[in-house]
Design a protein around this ligand. Sequence first.
Ligand code: NAD
Length: 484
Amino acid sequence: MKFQPTASHFIDGEYVEDTAGTPIDVIYPATGEVIARLHSATPQIIEQALTSAKRAQNAWTAMTGTERGRVLRRAADIMRERNRELSILETHDTGKPLQETLVADATSGADALEYFGGLAGSLTGEHIPLGGGDFVYTIREALGVCVGIGAWNYPTQIACWKGAPALACGNAMVFKPSETTPLSALKVAEILIEAGAPKGIYNVVQGYGDVGAALVTDPRVAKVSLTGSVPTGRKVYAAAAEGMKHVTMELGGKSPMIVFDDADIENAVSGAILGNFYSSGQVCSNGTRVFVQKGIKEAFLARLTERLANVKIGDPMDEAVNFGPMVSEAQMNIVLGYIEKGKAEGARLVHGGARLDRAGFYLQPTVFADVTDDMTIAREEIFGPVMSVLDFETEDEVMARANATEFGLAAGVFTNDLTRAHRVVAGFEAGTCYINTYNLAPVEAPFGGSKMSGVGRENSKLAINHFSEMKTVYVSMNDVEAPY
Ligand code: NAD
């Protein structure tokens, strides 16, 4: 098997195996071939990972932020040097085209390691002067052992977006990748060790939901950061609440993208393509409800279908290919089910709509027009290459409809009217908004959702607050006054 790692788990600086765990077959989505076989963590493996993380964390916290940051920045450099090798692995794990993984996965992970590595030396508390010479100072402290649980669409990125701020703050992390894409997080763990991280500070254990659940409920765990669906988020949040643990929840979405009739149509079409078909549509923040003002609807659809004729679907290892397979057969079938619902509920299929007649889990990029708010494809997260185009007439109307969803991850607007752009963004009920672009997520900017799409923010300086807490120290410079 081409991509078989040394062992399933990476704990205390070493690969560890326990073949008693349920097998996990890693399937290359472009061919259906098994490229590695791993095993889900047994209770012994989970115990080993948590014990090692707990032990490692104290020494890691005791290092200066600058020293911790140096390790993270070295890891970023190693990731960049190995970008091609890591991208090839990511492409095999996920099926995403190499054209994408070369620029969006290990590179994005390296950005997070570099950014949080840079911040690590300046993470401090503050001094608060009070009356009579008394004062308070605050100490920013690590939370302890943090658990990261990943989804399958951006495995390397998720492993780093969670690991980098956690480690910068002096925490240890036990990371459980998605069972669908378990390979690349092992490389992140290896690279951290090579960069000088103490053993045990970033452990990777494989497994299905039950392994995630066991990690979340362990009393040694102080924080859980999940990237996944809303139903999983609900369960994990509830389990974490039981132990009063900190959480970050990066969950699903059904985000609106509004195109006003004064917009640059070419840019709006580009935004809709990026926001629906990049990574074969398997992006949480995708703008899958594309509201197009009536006057330009047909022009928008015409240009969109023209541009879609140029999509290059095929072998993801061919760098000219820009549209790959779905991550798994199961996900492909879920999306095909939604396409059938779209047709049955009366949406007009204007592009795609079928599986490709070739090995692997390939779907065509699919566009439905004349979609109405009540249709299933306009209400539920599909997580595949299915764009719904909806018509609208006025700004007030579209704002109410755009916000009429339980989700609140992202939202975008295309218009050349400056004041309208800002007014619309102010009205969006979403954590991450875009004006005249879509789906960019630089590490410097907070990323995350409102409403059912999540709690907390990843990236940016804000992530620091989600991986540390303040200890308040009141210092008296005066005698203590007591009533008796
Ligand atoms: P999922 O919810 O099925 O699984 C996510 C992870 O949770 C997996 O590692 C899984 O093993 C684990 N898990 C499942 N049940 C668990 C439990 N009871 N306790 C602990 N862990 C458990 O999601 P998925 O299918 O892997 O990913 C797709 C979803 O992720 C979509 O909804 C997508 O929108 C979302 N997503 C969100 C973001 C974001 O940043 N907001 C990014 C990527 C994906």
